[in-house]
Design a protein. Sequence first.
Length: 285
Amino acid sequence: MKAAARLPAQRWREGALEAQADELLAEEVPVALCYNGIAHAVMLASPLDLEDFALGFSLGERIVRAARDIHDIEIEESCEGIAIEMRIAAGAMARLKEGRRARLGRTGCGLCGVESLGWFAQAAVHDTGAGAQPALRIDPAALHRAMAALGTRQRLHQATGAVHAAGWAAPDGELLCVREDVGRHNALDKLVGALARSGMDAGAGFALVTSRASYEMVQKAARAGMPLLAAISAPTAMAVRLADQAGLTLAGFVREGRHVLYSHPQRVAADLAATNREDCLAGID
């Protein structure tokens, strides 16, 4: 399935019809995530890098603990959308079923699976591995070098203007991996999955996103073991609080030579030499 399609449109400027032409538009497709024959979730996503998406989503939702817990991935297309069928380890399936039972009977809440607000407040930080983030150090110039490179690597966005990107860079700012999707969460899931499939250490570099930094984005980055998340736009207050508690450096408004550090600023300081770059380079396309 193609990630974009051409559809007829009218271009207007200053009240006058300028042109009638086909416009290239990003596809938004229902993607069902199924585990051992059981449908778990349906997400709207860009139909590309779907194996990365499946793995990244599974890791982020703590359905699996490592890439090896997914034994097989099959992608099936139909007129209704795409189904990703995953065969997972018995232990992972048991955790999934237990989580599904915990959600039964609760509706109208975006924080699926929590039993109370108090439980959420305690578990949210614990689930990120709070305080365990690697001791990365980067120069501010590396942060901006990577964000500038991310803008040039967004091929689908350049063609359609309608998708987000998530990237991963070495400590010196070299951008090593990029994934795109109509959803910002999906783009980050795809990035996490791509790193895991390649056997990469997510803590040996840092992540960048072309969106705001919401609570969920910080949670996904922290759960993946990423020490730093840089966003081109602002974070939410809840995201900053979680980043601080999880030991993650959160940078916002990373653009045009400026940035704002909201948590654990010690990881971004001038005149620091990039380290462990060799560890970052292996296995990423």
